[in-house]
Design a protein around this ligand. Structure first.
Ligand code: CMP
Length: 139
């Protein structure tokens, strides 16, 4: 796999974890643009993160460094205290600040105990850069 050539620690996933992550990527508008190799690389690089009920995962207006996929549990997306959406297993969040280099557009708080898959901006960029390098090599 591509990530073997990169100096980034990979995190082992069970088959069912990898399948759940792939499914979440494919149903997300922006992540579904990744090709198969990029998806495999993303699956390898995602790190598990556990949070307790009431924990803030994202604070509106702050700098963003990571995006997330919900593995289990529920979270509330709020803007100025108003609940916009409940997130659950398979939902992607925190992608906007990473994509558009903006401040966090909303807060996201764990409503139950949650397990998340997270990836940092820099690792996401590496996945994208790798695609451009491969494209150039094919010319
Ligand atoms: P980001 O802006 O990085 O951090 C907050 C996240 O909340 C944002 O990315 C989206 O993933 C999510 N979010 C923001 N606005 C909405 C909305 N109106 N409905 C659902 N999710 C949202």
């Amino acid at each position: 796999p591509l990530s073997e050539h990169l100096d980034i620690p990979r995190v082992k996933k069970t088959t069912s974890e990898a399948e759940q992550i792939k499914h979440a990527i494919q149903k997300n508008d922006f992540l579904s643009r990744l090709d198969d190799e990029q998806i495999s690389m993303m699956v390898e690089l995602l790190e598990a993160l556990d949070r307790c009920p009431g924990d803030d995962v994202i604070v509106e207006g702050s700098e963003g460094d990571s995006m997330y996929i919900v593995a289990a549990g529920e979270l509330k997306v709020t803007q100025a205290g108003h609940v916009l959406r409940t997130l659950s297993s398979g939902d992607v969040f925190g992608e906007l600040a990473i994509l558009y280099n903006c401040k966090r557009t909303a807060s996201v708080r764990a409503a139950t105990a949650v397990r998340l898959w997270s990836i940092q901006r820099q690792k996401y960029r590496t996945i994208m850069t790798n695609k451009s390098i491969r494209k150039r090599e094919q010319l």
